[in-house]
Design a protein around this ligand. Sequence first.
Ligand SMILES: Nc1ncnc2c1ncn2[C@@H]1O[C@H](COP(=O)(O)OP(=O)(O)OP(=O)(O)O)[C@@H](O)[C@H]1O
Ligand SMILES: [Mg+2]
Length: 341
Amino acid sequence: MTMTQAPSGSSSGTPGGPLLRVRDLHTEFRSEDGAALRAVDGVSFDVEPGRALAIVGESGSGKSVSMRSVLRLLPRTGRVTAGEVWFGGQDLLRLPERQMRRIRGRDIGMVFQNAMEAMNPTLTLERQLTEHLLWHGVCTKSEARERAVRALGDVGIPEPERRIRVYPFQLSGGMRQRAMIAMAIVTRPALLIADEPTTAVDVTIQRQILDLLAGLKDQGTGIIMVTHDLGVARYFCDDSVVMYAGRVVERAPTRELLSRPRHPYAAGLLGSSVELGSRDRPLHPIPGNPPDLASRPRGCPFHPRCDRAVLPRCQDEQELIQIGGARAVACWRAEDGHDDQ
Ligand SMILES: Nc1ncnc2c1ncn2[C@@H]1O[C@H](COP(=O)(O)OP(=O)(O)OP(=O)(O)O)[C@@H](O)[C@H]1O
Ligand SMILES: [Mg+2]
């Protein structure tokens, strides 16, 4: 498989620099009574070419909204209020929508949490995939069908020559999910954003899809993988970002994060994860619930649930503090060394 080179300048402008650079992203929703709900509250991360970044965090922590903000695919009530999203030497948040449409789906492939959103129920897979390729000018009409069939085969759809003629509703949930992944990778995007791409498929297929994505990664594709499953992060993702209440609380190479989480929330997440807990220790769910966005606690949003919180210090804003070369933690205690075991 040859990778279509990303369009000129598709690293963020600096040679050898990150493919995607998200800086201080803020996204709000308007509630019915007009209040602003901060779903994404100052998120920053980089995605390097040929590497996969996991974004993990409890339900509602802002993972999907962050991804939708990057792609500028928010619902009407949502709005990016600040931040920068550098890709291909351009800030995507400042591009005219017409140019954004060219990038979305071609240079940045997307797998949504809800499979049906990406598929047109009235078109066969053949039409969806070939029209997608032709609209983006990726290849000629005569090549498009062959490429589409190959993409379906790559994601583990048996008899792709035959299956390409069906409509999405004729496929099982797992097959549909695979078809959606085929749609996301058929243009050979420089960056792939996958929001829980393997939740709806069984373990064998999950493995097959991750191995396929690993192949793309080896060819230089940068991947963002939103996942609840720390096993997926461990197996596949070089780097990880842990989100809580719309913020990044810890960022680190996955291996370092999983072997020794430094933010109390990251540690709690690990302790409550089935993947790790089922092996050799009991599960310890984090007591309490994430904050209501309308009444966010001051300072560290996790402090009301945190067994290491010290007041009033944790009610101060917590900046991400660089610890060692590649890790950053939004907790003063991590720097303090108090969480050393
Ligand atoms: N259309 C919307 N209108 C108002 N609030 C929204 C909307 N979409 C999301 N939110 C809020 O934004 C916050 C972040 O949601 P998001 O979907 O990003 O969570 P998530 O981390 O992807 O969760 P999950 O793991 O369940 O997918 C949540 O509090 C959610 O209620
Ligand atoms: Mg989500």
